[in-house]
Design a binder for this molecule. Sequence first.
Ligand code: SDX
Length: 430
Amino acid sequence: MVQASPKVARLLIDDKEIDLPVISGSGGPDVIDVGGLTRHGYFTYDPGFVSTASCDSELTYIDGDAGVLLHRGYPIEQLAERSDFLELCYLLLNGDLPCAAKREQFVNNIRRHTMVHEKLKALIQGYRRDAHPMAILCGVVAALSAFYHDSLDIDDAQHRLRTAHRLIAKMPTLAAMSYKYARGEPFIYPRNDLGYAENFLHMMFANPCEEHHVNPVIAQAMDRIFLLHADHEQNASTSTVRMAGSTGANPFSCIAAGIAALWGPSHGGANEAVLNMLAEIGHEKHIDKYVAKAKNKDDPFRLMGFGHRVYKSYDPRAKVMQQSCHEVLNALGVDSDPTLRMAQRLEQIALEDSYFVEKRLYPNVDFYSGIILKAIGIPVEMFTVIFAVGRTPGWIAHWNEMIGGNYRLGRPRQLYRGPTRRDYLPVDRR
Ligand code: SDX
């Protein structure tokens, strides 16, 4: 629900007054509608979009100062405690929590789309054995466009919903296939008698030679990790999906663009980078040296898993993740995991350091997720793939919200700093 408040922002430039509408949403800061500025000969300038709302949305609300994260109004803490990943997928796509019948129908819809076309096996087998699984995931999700491009009218809500079901259902299958291929093991087909996270872990760790049962504690932890990653308003990868989608591109290629953006270490690649950083630190006695490096402007090193563009307080997902860490490690009888111990010590030192306090740098979702994933046997190079599986409902819900609403082609302008007009010179006069 967006209301135009009576307020206007009055710009005074030289002797010119420009009135711009101020619009209030249902939460968060009001926005100044600058769309009409070009008529007055100006652009706004905001590299990195620190103060720019690129769209309006009803999916997710973040209050970075208060450490609040709501999905369709429901706090992430309550969803993590009482819901599950597929129910959150339904909530993001449909706007309300499902009744029992709708929930069962949605779960069955997802179950019916978990298999992928057999031809995708050959595509995955075309990669080098040492290909990063994110490289494989990016490629095969884009390739799904080749299988559904003719059965998809993006202006048809039912087609969009079926695409959402297909993507949510197939991502775990493709993720597990990228892992199995790297290990030289046979692909394991999805099983429709298993829960979503249980099925993923089965496809990851089962083999044709013996019975395989997924530990329910690990399945529950995996489901919670997917849930905690489901959506996060206009983060870099979701904005990429929206930008690609604004051209009317095939949604599978839009999601592939989101996967590509997620891979960077400043974004979804941070969970893998956290474990690599902890391995590089090696021992608690080196923590102070690395914290000093992170504070040194001349040193590119940053504490991975720390800091956030929006959260200037503790990321609520990190709190839930840390709690899950203890539960999983206790359930697995891992009474003291050295990596977890080092992460907790690093967090304690950083949060007491004036540099991190003044810059309001706190652990984010990626700081603890890797420790749980490592504890349940997921290899480090699969961490960002797990993030992509979890974020898929958010990406496709934002795409669906945009395509189902009023949207325009995304086409930012720039502050041009290049050469002014000049004439071509023949080579003998240069
Ligand atoms: C995710 O957008 C989302 O919602 C993302 C996400 C999601 O769910 O989609 O939440 C998931 O991507 C979480 C973030 C994961 N990334 C990391 O953990 C990488 C480490 N973090 C940093 O690279 C950084 O904090 C960012 C990229 C996350 C945010 O950077 P900003 O908002 O552009 O802030 P900045 O780089 O301008 O930093 C502000 C200041 C700078 O110092 P000054 O130039 O002001 O002196 O804080 C410093 C930075 O040098 N700083 C850090 C730091 N993060 C910021 N210093 C040391 N270590 C860090 N981690």
